[in-house]
Design a protein around this ligand. Sequence first.
Ligand SMILES: [Zn+2]
Length: 511
Amino acid sequence: MAFRVFNSMSGKKEDFKPADPTNVRVYNCGPTVYNYNHIGNFRSYMSIDLLRRSLLFFGYGVEQTTNITDVEDKIIANAAKQGKKIQDFTEPYIKIFLEDISYLGIQEVEHRPRATTSIPAMIDLMKRLEEHGHLYTQDGDVYFRLRSFEDYGKLSHISPEQLKVAAGGRFTADEYSKEDIRDFALWKKQETPDEPAWDSPWGKGRPGWHLECSAMIREIYGEGGVDIHAGGIDLLFPHHENEIAQSCCAYRGENFARYWVHNEHLLVDGKKMSKSVGNYFTLRDFSEKDKLELLIKEGRAPADLLKLHEKQKMQRALRYLLLSTHYRSRLNFTFENLRSSDAAIERIQTCLDKLLLQTPLSDEVKTRFKKGKLETADSIFKETVFAEAMAAFRTALEDDLNIARALAAVFDAVSAVNAGKLTESICKEGVLFFYAVNQIIDVLEFTNPESREVVAQDLGDLESFVVSKIEERLKARAEKNWKRSDEIRDELKAKGILLKDSAQGTTWEKA
Ligand SMILES: [Zn+2]
């Protein structure tokens, strides 16, 4: 079986046939950087990361783009309030976003263009729209003439009549002087001299939000467009519908996006997240211990969640929770689900640790993987339990990324290992099996379980453990990976080891 993916355009699962399997082109809409992203945003980035990792696991090459919207009405308003230039205002939020992505283990993408550096590509797109009669100017603002594109609504399956109702309901308030209520802004004129603006054939102004994705896809991928365009279901209409209209009208007859992949919402306690209900959470509310302590103080989170921080398990629990529900189902974020995510990982890790004690992770296992793909054929597993579990894991992912079913296959393997005898081949193949699974889930530890346990008691082993950690930290620092460096320091601190840096090097002591 090969990969099948649900295409919102056709409304059904389709065989995945990329233009070039060695270079699958993926685009997903990125963050607007004016505040901290909430956990629902990260559910979306996590779904797309699952897609990316699965494509790599299946043996495809991937070239992915996630944009950063760094000019937009809210950014301009908030920057002005703080008396800052928009670049100075957005820079810290871009940094925070990238840190959050990396905290969750979401893989780095190939391209991360910013709206403010893609303005020429946007202007080029608008010129083409003008040539073909798809845009008009009204009071200095530039609009897309929607009735000039008869395929509008094909993705969202909304009729022109429904569209008028939707547009009337949602967009009348802030719009003015358009030919048609459904038309959307491509370019907004500069209202005051201190508003950020760029020169264009239609006067000084700034791009509308929809424009950037269309322009960036063209700029990065050229005439071929992308194989997969992904994003949250909330972006399907009108944002993605508008992207299609712009790209199809500007670059007539050329491909824009072949598969449209949308992930469902995240709910908190079964309800839509909202600040007024008090169930609105950013990732940092959980990933940072002091922010969690504040939530607990306010009575918005239970105190026992702090244990996840103390045991260094918050990161993996958050990752697992955001990952483990099928992307087209709503994900219910609850504290209970956070605890059970931790318990689920613990169950796999405990089984894996038994195997690692007999057969430590070898370089041979690592070299079997190239870019997340198991190099050898599936028949590599002679033990039936792993051969079957690996086939089921892969088949589930091939079926529209059914991660819930893939995880069920992993737990079947865990049960079988726990019930059976730990032979040499079970241990050897087991480590390889979990290493393969971890290319997707990325929550398992492959270090020597004894060195993890021993820290509390045995000073002899403690020495070599701490020295190896100090070496790892030195390497991270040499690579200017300050985040990793700090992580190692914190990890040791949590185990009661304090590091001291000086000109002579790093020394350590027990607290
Ligand atoms: Zn977009």
